[in-house]
Design a protein around this ligand. Structure first.
Ligand SMILES: Nc1ncnc2c1ncn2[C@@H]1O[C@H](COP(=O)(O)OP(=O)(O)OP(=O)(O)O)[C@@H](O)[C@H]1O
Ligand SMILES: [Mg+2]
Length: 245
């Protein structure tokens, strides 16, 4: 099968859960020493859910986000994306799927230091060979939305931490992904800006049916969630179903 057929078959397959982790382990190797950051995680996420994965520092949240976002493969167990075992996909198929389906807001933002604010936000669209005029228009709108219209020409080094975070948020939305994965999205924001951003993600979920997955230690974000996954020491301790309770 050609790459595009495989990618389309994953993207359009609605008969399976969106993401499923089946007995997932992540073991980091440091020389002779092994460290199990995830220890047999089972989790199923449906399309359109708003999920908060909550746990203290070091509990395995970013590790889990990398697996949910198909940026990493498990050491043991299986990650299924719409029924497809992601370890069966090539790196370039995974990259295409990520580019089309998933928007990332990374804990460390991962902005490109040599690109200005506008160019950073346009990047996901450029990867998809979008029309440059439309990319610029979309990026400008998103930067307006996150309150950074005045900073389009600044480099990341010329922005505050909260402003960088807002660029990362705008970038995550540029390609109009179905899934938004956010790692501590409010970590560098004052509570007013944080609430604004979370309300915005909540609207995307409500109005456009986007799947939002947030990993955080911040218990105040629980109020947005339909389900809360409590993680500690690499183990899912409990899953709270708020929507149906
Ligand atoms: N590349 C790595 N090599 C070795 N150990 C790692 C690596 N990445 C993470 N770890 C360890 O795995 C555990 C989970 O890390 P992870 O980054 O997933 O935690 P987290 O819940 O995101 O924490 P925080 O809230 O501080 O961001 C930690 O104990 C960490 O030290
Ligand atoms: Mg983390």
């Amino acid at each position: 099968m050609s790459e595009n057929i495989i990618v389309n078959s994953v993207q359009n397959n609605e008969s399976y859960p969106l993401i499923k982790l089946d007995n997932v382990w992540k073991i980091y190797q440091m020389g002779e020493v092994e460290f199990a950051a995830l220890k047999g995680v089972d989790l199923q996420i449906s399309k359109g859910e708003f999920i908060v994965i909550l746990g203290p520092s070091g509990s395995g949240k970013s590790t889990m986000m990398n697996l949910l976002g198909c940026l990493d493969l498990p050491s043991k167990g299986t990650v299924f994306l719409k029924g497809k075992d992601i370890s069966q996909l090539s790196e370039s198929e995974l990259a295409t799927i990520r580019g089309r389906m998933i928007g990332f807001i990374f804990q460390q933002f991962n902005l490109i230091p040599t690109l200005n604010t506008l160019e950073n936000v346009m990047l996901p669209l450029e990867f998809q060979n979008a029309d440059p005029f439309m990319s610029k228009k979309k990026a400008t709108e998103l930067l307006d939305l996150v309150g950074l219209s005045q900073k389009v020409n600044n480099l990341p080094s010329q922005l505050s931490g909260g402003q960088r975070q807002r660029v990362a948020i705008a970038r995550s939305l540029a390609a109009d992904p179905d899934i938004i994965l956010a790692d501590e999205p409010t970590g560098n924001l004052d509570s007013k800006t944080g609430t604004y951003i979370l309300d915005f993600l909540y609207e995307l979920h409500k109005k456009e049916g986007k799947t939002i997955i947030i990993v955080t230690h911040d218990t105040t974000l629980v109020r947005y969630a339909e389900r809360v996954v409590h993680i500690k020491d690499g183990i899912v301790e409990s899953i709270e179903d708020i929507k149906n309770n």
